[in-house]
Design a protein around this ligand. Structure first.
Ligand code: KG4
Ligand code: ZN
Length: 348
């Protein structure tokens, strides 16, 4: 007997993307809308929390209506309403979560408060139905750089994190130093194509270190010095920066694999996973270790609501819904048992 696919409405508003999506338990994205605030924040060279929260508040309602209309679905057809409840810029998170609460209350539909990082961590399973637990996940975004062992829904063992900047943050800051626009990741990747990755000697922080973590602050400072010296073309600095970042990622992943053994799958998620040079290096590493490699399509890598709705779909069988007074959390580690590290990158 076939069971009817379940439907989850997802809302994402933790940083500078307002997003709404309807996803089924059979991995169909029925409808989705995403509004980027890049233009609003561009003059400031980064995300301004107050501007972000206002923009989410303005954009969310019409986007919700459009998504429901496009899919021809009523709220009462949904099995749950899932919203990012953290970590992230708290004003934006509250806008999304309060909206979800109101919808849940009005339609008497269960609420799921989703950890944004769980959305990223499970997004590869939306893209790849064959991806089974456990898998080794490199989660690289604007606020995080972590290696996690994803054991099952709700169980994430953090093996490494950054002790200072997240990798996306290092891309964004380096882009700013080079006078490129925000967000910096795609701009650096584009410019790097015209440069020589060996042209500028940049450090590989913590490479070969016995501790498992990442560090990118020193790399960014070296980019600043390389630019200030006037000795290098911007494209060479961009290419060398990207190569140094790749070398750090591979070294730290090899370190993690040495510690825990080799699971069948290596997976990458988060905004920085859109980077093709990083993807190729990870694919090569997976091949070397006889692991399967999964990278979600670009649209699922950067912030989106389909991943939040999908995390909701994954959570449905657990039957653990959230009460309407659930709080928004600016900080919310995926692995509550992980030791805090000095100056860890903890932004959205
Ligand atoms: O996951 P995401 O959309 O938002 C957060 O939760 O942080 O990630 C955004 C980050 C930004 O730092 C952006 O510069 C970076 O992902 N990014 C990239 C690329 N596309 C986006 N970094 C490197 N290469 C890219 N192609
Ligand atoms: Zn994100």
């Amino acid at each position: 007997m076939s069971t009817k696919p379940r439907i989850v409405l997802g809302i994402e508003s933790s940083c500078d993307e307002t997003a709404v999506a309807l996803v089924t338990s059979e991995r169909t994205i029925l409808a989705e809308k995403i509004a980027s605030q890049t233009e609003e924040h561009a003059p400031y060279g980064g995300v301004v929390p107050e501007i972000a929260a206002r923009a989410h508040a303005e954009k969310l309602s019409p986007m919700l209506e459009a998504v429901m209309d496009e899919a021809g679905i009523a709220l009462t057809d949904c099995d749950a309403i899932a919203a990012t409840a953290g970590p992230g810029l708290i004003g934006g998170v509250m806008v999304g979560l309060v909206t979800a609460k109101a919808l849940a209350m009005a339609s008497d539909t269960p609420l799921l408060a989703i950890n944004h990082l769980e959305g990223h961590a499970l997004s590869p399973r939306l893209a790849n139905p064959e991806l089974e637990f456990p898998y080794l996940l490199l989660l690289v975004s604007g606020g995080h750089c972590q290696i996690l062992l994803v054991e099952r829904v709700g169980e994430y063992r953090r093996l490494a994190t950054t002790i200072d900047d997240a990798l996306g943050e290092a891309f964004d800051k380096s882009a700013k130093i080079l006078g490129l626009g925000y967000p910096g990741g795609p701009a650096i990747e584009k410019l790097a194509k015209e440069g020589d990755p060996d042209a500028v000697a940049l450090p590989r922080p913590l490479r070969g270190s016995a501790e498992p973590h990442f560090s990118f602050a020193g790399l960014k400072s070296a980019v600043l010095r390389a630019k200030a010296s006037g000795d290098h073309a911007d494209a060479d600095i961009a290419a060398s920066f990207q190569q140094a970042a790749v070398d750090c990622l591979i070294d730290r992943l090899e370190h993690a694999l040495e510690r825990i053994g080799t699971p069948a799958n290596l997976v990458v998620a988060g905004g920085v996973a859109a980077n093709q040079t990083i993807r190729s290096a990870l694919k090569k590493l997976a091949g070397k270790q006889s692991m399967e490699f999964t990278a979600p399509p670009m649209a699922l890598c950067t912030d989106n609501a389909a991943m939040i709705a999908w995390a909701g779909c994954e959570r449905l069988p657990l039957g653990e819904f959230d009460a309407l007074d659930v709080s928004a959390r600016p900080r919310w580690p995926l692995d509550p048992d992980a030791e805090p590290v000095r100056g860890a990158g903890v932004k959205a």
